[in-house]
Design a protein around this ligand. Structure first.
Ligand code: AKG
Ligand code: FE2
Length: 533
């Protein structure tokens, strides 16, 4: 019997790939229950039986490898859709006639674990977000073509109709329009499907007109007219191909390669700046080869051997930037250790929050859910489990060896798993970076960050340092180190960084935020760390 996790009211599944894998279990339970009563349903509706077989077949693909199934945004969305809108339709068709023991078990054991509307909204928004950050046309996306790779999955006409509806009801009207247009350019379905959805297209056109997009509305209406008259459609509008987005990103890339231009970009007012930052962030996510570390000949890779223990087991250090220092240490955590950390984290994972830096009222600065960070986190403390403690102790020693400094105060280890289109928009790890916050001797700020990559990511998910023009793709087992503060403990404003949206894969990282290093000499670092194996 498969275990269901505790599902708290209002909790979302789409915010981590780890949670999404639970939905495969939920679907499994539902299908098992339906199968138990198959004789009954067979008797009342042969069409339903046919539908059920199709569903079983798709579910078999999902159970083969649940994590990989939900690591792909298309199949992940389809799973959520099956358990929300599709299930609501099915349910209303059968629930009246269903036997009491079926209904009882359904309501008590299965439906409380179902995803909700916020999951469907989150999935659709995640997909639109992926398309815009990576400048993929929706036409390519729905056929399973993500950047240069073709996946053996695709969105059906009904999937896209639902996405259009969801986008419209969430006031993402341009997205709804782009999706509608792409539907019209498909010809793998009977015209009747469109005729039945005419109300949806009318609503999209009304919403476009109401928001001053009458040109797009007219274009959509024209295409619909031609489609219904079975006339051939004109070439797709440029906007739909999204070539203009790609061109804009290239322009920005050229600008920031050129120092004078870059300073001009930096001089713009702060609101523009935020948008500009985000565009630069997207450009680096899409074009990781623009990373400057690739060109910098002053950087080196070397064995770090400056402590006695490291003479036996050197750390493999790769410099990525010199001022401020950003270094990647390879093979710092083993697969076994990673598994232990994940096992300890999974039962405690909760949707990630961000610290709210409200300029007016620092006192009220709180923690909030935010669309700028789609992931789930857990904090791991010592003392809960002796096997975990061994790993945490060893990581602490290894981190001291990376820095050659003993760690005095730090936060617990934070484990993080990203969701569908999950990312973290550009931010500073240092907590107090606005001028009003700069206390000269603030010992409580996050002096340094060490982040362990606990997985590879098939596509997307790189860490980007915007001002250092540095892109770091996740590498399982490696640890990224950098200082957030300068030697006078002021925040190093060059450390602005973010995590690119995960396109395909499940991205796991864990963060250690070091507040203060000990003043003593490095010889006080314990020398008993186990070599990761
Ligand atoms: O996941 C990443 O690549 C970066 C995460 C990060 O910056 C953070 O958690 O503060
Ligand atoms: Fe960060």
């Amino acid at each position: 019997d498969l275990l269901l996790r505790e599902h708290k009211l209002g909790e979302d599944y789409f915010t981590s790939v780890q949670s999404l894998t639970y939905l495969v279990t939920v679907e499994n339970k539902l299908l098992n229950l339906l199968e138990e009563h198959l004789d009954f349903f067979r008797g009342i509706d042969p069409e339903f039986e046919h539908y059920l077989y199709g569903w079983f077949e798709e579910h078999l693909t999902a159970v083969e490898n649940p994590e990989s199934y939900v690591s792909n945004p298309i199949t992940s969305y389809q799973l959520i859709k099956r358990l929300t809108v599709d299930w609501m339709d099915t349910r209303s068709a059968i629930i009246e006639k269903a036997p009491a023991n079926f209904t009882d078990e359904l309501k008590k054991e299965i439906e409380p674990y179902f995803p909700g509307v916020s999951d469907l909204n989150g999935a659709v928004h995640g997909i639109s977000f992926l398309c815009s950050v990576y400048t993929m046309s929706f036409a390519d996306f729905m056929q399973g073509r993500f950047l240069d790779r073709q996946y053996n999955v695709s969105l059906s006409v009904f999937d896209v109709l639902e996405m259009t509806y969801v986008s419209l009801t969430n006031h993402r009207i341009i997205n709804a329009c782009l999706m509608s247009i792409e539907l019209l350019y498909r010809d793998d379905y009977p015209l009747q499907v469109l005729q039945e959805s005419i109300g949806l297209f009318e609503s999209v056109m009304n919403a476009l007109n109401a928001t001053g997009n009458s040109k797009m509305s007219n274009a959509l209406s024209n295409l619909l007219y031609r489609k219904f008259r079975k006339e051939s459609l004109p070439e797709k509008p440029e906007r739909v191909l999204q070539n203009d987005y790609i061109r804009k990103q290239r322009d920005i890339m050229e600008k920031i390669q050129n120092k004078e231009q870059r300073n001009k970009v930096l001089e713009e007012d702060s609101k523009e700046m935020v948008i500009e930052d985000f565009k630069r962030f997207c450009a680096f996510c899409k074009y990781p080869n623009f990373s400057r570390s690739i060109l910098n000949k002053n950087l080196s890779c070397r064995y770090k051997t400056d402590l006695p223990f490291l003479k036996l087991s050197p750390l493999k250090m790769e410099e990525l930037n010199l001022d401020p220092l950003v270094a990647l240490y390879h093979d710092t955590i083993s697969d076994k250790e990673i598994q232990l950390l994940k096992d300890a984290a999974i039962p405690q994972m909760q949707r990630a929050v961000v610290v709210n830096h409200d300029k007016e009222s620092h006192q009220e600065a709180g923690q909030n859910y935010s669309d700028s960070r789609i992931s789930e986190t857990a904090w791991l403390n010592e003392g809960d489990d002796p096997r975990l403690d061994v790993v945490l102790d060893n990581l602490n020693v290894r981190m001291a060896m990376m820095t050659s400094r003993r760690i005095m105060t730090s936060e617990s280890l934070q484990v993080n798993n990203y969701g569908l289109g999950g990312y973290f928009s550009p931010h500073y790890d240092a907590l107090y970076y606005s001028p009003a916050f700069l206390k000269p001797n603030d010992l409580d700020n996050r002096e340094a960050t060490i982040m362990f990559y606990m997985s590879d990511v098939e596509q997307g998910g790189s860490t980007v340092f915007l001002d250092l023009q540095l892109v770091v793709p996740p590498q399982k087992g490696a640890a990224l180190f950098w200082y957030n503060l300068k030697s006078d403990r002021s925040v190093d404003m060059d450390t602005l960084h973010g995590a690119c949206p995960v396109l395909v894969g499940s991205k796991w990282v864990c963060n250690k935020w070091i507040h203060r290093f000990a003043d003593e000499h490095s010889s006080s670092i314990p020398q008993t760390a186990l070599i990761p194996s």
